[in-house]
Design a protein around this ligand. Structure first.
Ligand SMILES: Cc1cc2nc3c(=O)[nH]c(=O)nc-3n(C[C@H](O)[C@H](O)[C@H](O)COP(=O)(O)O)c2cc1C
Length: 183
């Protein structure tokens, strides 16, 4: 696993440079790298350090296809092309406060996205549009829906640098003066 030389950039520049990757080329990612992303994610903060996450790692083409078929076409294509899809669940038995636990899952996922970006040539995207498919996802993984709730899928693979994932306009950020106040 070759890391981007972050020391050459500031952490600020690195975070600002992360982009969603939706176009992948096929390149094997080692098991160690697939796991390292989770290793990094698990250091995310969580309420009372309850770590309310569970991750199913989908690499097998058949399973990947089965997951893709549950999604709307745009997201299905991303999932099918990604080398690995991490299906992130909320662990309902660890969860005491849904909103805060979902925020913790968000921190976990952001860590995943940043770590994916840190690996030379890799990119990832957060797929959140799964609400109607939660039951089917649980059935696919034979997971008890009372214990684990599917929240999001993180698709990761080698970036196809010939195909940008979105236009510059789609990545424009609101100026901070739009949403900050000083007191
Ligand atoms: C909770 C959440 C759900 C998202 N769901 C999707 C999705 O279903 N499909 C997709 O292509 N991108 C999805 N995204 C990615 C956003 O579209 C993307 O982060 C945003 O356009 C900003 O672009 P950037 O990630 O390149 O900075 C999601 C992002 C978040 C935070």
């Amino acid at each position: 696993m070759e890391l981007q030389s972050i020391e050459k950039k500031s952490l600020f520049e690195f975070i600002k440079g992360r982009k969603s990757t939706r176009n992948f080329i096929y390149r094997k990612i080692t098991d160690a790298t697939v796991k390292e992303i989770i290793e990094c994610a698990r250091w995310a903060p969580s309420v009372n350090n309850n770590q309310p996450w569970k991750v199913n790692i989908v690499i097998h083409p058949t399973v990947k296809q089965m997951v893709a078929e549950l999604l709307e076409p745009e997201n299905a294509a991303i999932v099918a092309d990604a080398y690995v899809n991490y299906v992130v669940f909320l662990d309902l038995e660890r969860s005491k406060d849904r909103v805060n636990d979902l925020l913790s899952i968000g921190a976990f996922i952001e860590n995943m996205l940043l770590c994916a970006e840190a690996v030379e040539g890799l990119g990832a995207v957060w797929i959140g549009k799964i609400p109607e498919q939660k039951q089917k996802l649980s059935e696919l993984f034979k997971i008890n829906p009372e214990k684990f709730e599917p929240i999001s899928i993180i698709s990761m693979g080698a970036k196809d640098t010939d195909k940008p994932s979105q236009s510059k306009e789609e990545r424009i950020r609101r100026p901070i003066t739009d949403f900050i106040d000083y007191f």
